[in-house]
Design a protein around this ligand. Structure first.
Ligand code: CUA
Length: 366
């Protein structure tokens, strides 16, 4: 009895092949569930680019299914209809059949053409950049996070790309270090990003929501945690988000004793005495060196670490890895190397009370 490697140690009273239907069923269950449950499924397109990809998938799928049913059906028919019996005479021996050869060449050629034509057409379409009323976004991959710039607005954000529903978005993408690949399954396909070169992608989203995306090119030990979110807003909500980024660039900005520019202290009304916890957080943000890599001003990106304008209202931290709760933010600040080993952000020896103040300060930026 053959023992499959994966079944070693499992009692196999019946031959392994009798379990195949069960195995197929087990594989089918997650495949069906994936369509609705799994956040990064390509099977639930929510935009025009993804529809093109989905169309190619289903075209190939249906032709493949048709071939499978016809070929397997013919095979089963022949096996049962012409099966050998003990006293059968020697069957008639045939050598060559021109008609059969023409048919088995022509039919697959036609089927391949039926798949190839829409596929090639879709590939060309995915490289056509949209024109007219479009939103331009520059995407920059970093180990291991994503920078999103709105060049027409002079604003930068990180890891959460807000776009208005229904508007064509044109992405121009590059990276500052190694190869990455930008993949937003519901809206667009994967496209690699390269240093010193730019690649493009486009999509327009037809459904609002917060959708997960992922780096899809191995780029180091935290490749798996190089996620991002595409947040599709109603136009008014999108304008409100852009307003938040704009506000991060607005005064009051003052210089502290070190001469460094210190961004505004949260969103406090002028004339109101600053909350001591926020003031402490603001001081720590400078003194602990956070300010060396992270800007809280969307109009003045530092580019070493993610821009933190609007961090208080982001949904995730650490490039889509942790939900943006106070506890997670404190943990991420205190021990980044334990949360995402190998990231540029070092453990700075931030104490628990210090983390609390920093969290309060960052949370006020929304
Ligand atoms: Cu970046 Cu994988």
């Amino acid at each position: 009895m053959p023992v499959l490697p994966f079944a070693r140690g499992v009692s196999l009273r019946s031959p392994w092949w009798r379990r195949l239907p069960l195995l197929a069923l087990l594989l089918l269950v997650p495949a069906v569930a994936a369509a609705q449950t799994y956040p990064q499924s390509t099977l639930i397109p929510k935009g025009d680019f993804a529809d093109l990809v989905d169309g190619v998938f289903w075209t190939t799928m249906w032709w493949g299914l048709l071939v499978f049913v016809l070929v397997e059906g013919a095979l089963l028919f022949v096996i049962f209809r012409y099966r050998g019996r003990p006293d059968d005479p020697e069957p008639e021996q045939v050598h060559g059949n021109t008609m059969a050869e023409i048919l088995w060449t022509a039919i697959p050629a036609v089927i391949l053409a039926m798949i190839a034509v829409p596929t090639v057409r879709a590939i060309f379409k995915t490289y056509e950049q949209p024109t007219g009323d479009i939103l331009k976004v520059e995407v920059v991959g970093h180990q291991w996070w994503w920078e999103f710039r709105y060049p027409e607005l002079g604003l930068t954000t990180a890891n959460e790309l807000h776009v208005p529903r229904g508007k064509a978005v044109s992405l121009k993408m590059t990276t500052t270090d190694v190869l990455h690949s930008w993949w937003s399954p519901q809206f667009a396909a994967k496209r690699d990003v390269f240093p010193n070169r730019s690649t493009t992608l486009w999509f327009s989203a037809r459904e609002t929501g917060n959708w997960s995306g992922q780096c899809a090119e191995f780029c180091g030990i935290q490749h798996g945690r190089m996620g991002f979110r595409v947040i599709v807003d109603e136009p008014a909500e999108y304008d409100r988000f852009i307003g938040t980024l704009r506000a991060s660039a607005a005064p009051p900005v003052r210089a502290d004793s070190t001469g460094l520019q210190v961004t505004k202290l949260g969103a406090q009304a002028p004339g109101v005495a600053p909350d001591p916890l926020l003031a402490e957080g603001e001081k720590l943000f400078t003194n602990k060196g956070c300010i060396g890599c992270h800007s809280l001003n969307a109009a003045k990106p530092v580019g070493i670490g993610p821009n933190l304008a609007g961090i208080g209202s982001r949904t995730y931290l650490a490039a889509g890895w942790l939900e943006n709760t106070d506890a997670n933010l404190a943990r991420w600040i205190r021990e980044p190397q334990a949360v995402k080993e190998g990231v540029l952000m070092p453990n700075l020896g931030v104490t628990e009370p210090e983390a609390k103040a920093l969290v309060a300060y960052l949370r006020s930026h929304k």
